[in-house]
Design a protein around this ligand. Sequence first.
Ligand code: AMP
Length: 214
Amino acid sequence: MQLLLFGAPGVGKGTQAKLLSTKFNIPHISTGEILRQAVKDQTQLGKKAQEIMNRGDLVPDEIMIGIIRDRLGKSDCNKGFILDGFPRTEEQAMELDNLLDEMNLGYIKLINIFAEENEIIKRLNNRRACKECGEIFTLEEIKDDEKCPNCDAKDSFYLREDDKEDVIRKRMEVFRTTTEPVLNYYKMKDQVVSVNGLGSVEEVNNEILKTIGL
Ligand code: AMP
């Protein structure tokens, strides 16, 4: 099974992708997470990506396509995968189709999670990441915690540079102008289902499972 979680930054793609990955035992591939790890490790890719990400822009297509080609080539992807944050441009979508053909994998289903922009901005302002494991929490979830509930790291919560309000607005604009057209690309091929992202995590998850017929 190949699924693609699509939606504006902060709409809940990562959270839902993780749940689906556990349920179906297939890898969750988040290009944002791959890039953040590269930034943390200060690899060549990380050094290149850091500044672009901090200002809310997109990392160039040829770099992203190379990352996805490498990752989908690993053996754990043979039975399927959940993509989160890729493709974000029409060029990336076309390359993904080529790659799926090469891998002899069937078509990919796009799950479009939608929500009001103001609501999303509120959510992004209200979330913190753990700098050790990258897991995201709401302020309510960690209000009394000194340790990360996921990896036990101490005093590790921070507001991601790209979750600051001016960068969020830039990311939203990039989403509207460059990423949203990807939806039409898949709609024309009849590969889209849409789910309202404003419910609780469980509600959205149930809705996704119902919509994909599982
Ligand atoms: P995310 O965690 O998916 O919101 O991604 C964080 C940032 O990583 C984005 O704002 C982009 O700068 C970069 N990024 C992640 N995925 C892609 C992609 N498919 N194409 C270009 N840039 C990406």
